[in-house]
Design a protein around this ligand. Sequence first.
Ligand code: FES
Ligand code: FES
Length: 157
Amino acid sequence: MSLKVEIELTLNGATARASVPAHWSALTALRQTFDLAGAKLACGEGECGSCTVIVDGESVNSCLMPAVDLNGRTVRTVEGLWTDDGVDPVQRAFIEKGAVQCGFCTPGMIMQARYLLDRNSDITDAEIRRGLEGNVCRCTGYTKIVDAVITAARAAA
Ligand code: FES
Ligand code: FES
C-alpha cells in the first residue's frame, strides 16, 4: 500500500482537496484524482509539453512535478479556460485557424500560449515561436499553431 499525502490547492478557481499517493506526479493527480484529462502524458520526461499547466503563474511540465508539490498552489488547467462567456481567445484562434488535428498536443499548446500571452501583452512573433519550442506537435507542422497564437496575441493587443 502506498503512502498517501493530503493536499489542498486552488484548482481552476476553486478549492480542491485530495489524498494522493506520495509517488504520483501532479499530472497523474490532475487526471486521476481531479478528473481533469486535458493535460496529457506523452514523454513523461519534460520534453514534449503535452502535460503543460500553469502553477502560480508559471508554465509547468506537470509530468515532472510531484503531486505533493501541488499543496498550497494555484493551478490552472485547460479546463479552467472555459468561462460563461465561452472559450478563451487562444482556444477560439486554434479553432478558427485549424490548428488542431489529432488534438493530443493541443491542451498543452494552448496552456503554453496562454502563459506567454499573460506574461507579455506586447509579445512579438519571434517570442511566440521561441516560447512554443518546448511543445511538440506530430501532426500540424506548427504553422497553423503559430498563426493561431499570433492571431490571439494581436486580438488582445
Ligand atoms: S509528458 Fe510532460 S513534458 Fe512530455
Ligand atoms: S495535433 Fe496531433 S500532435 Fe499536435
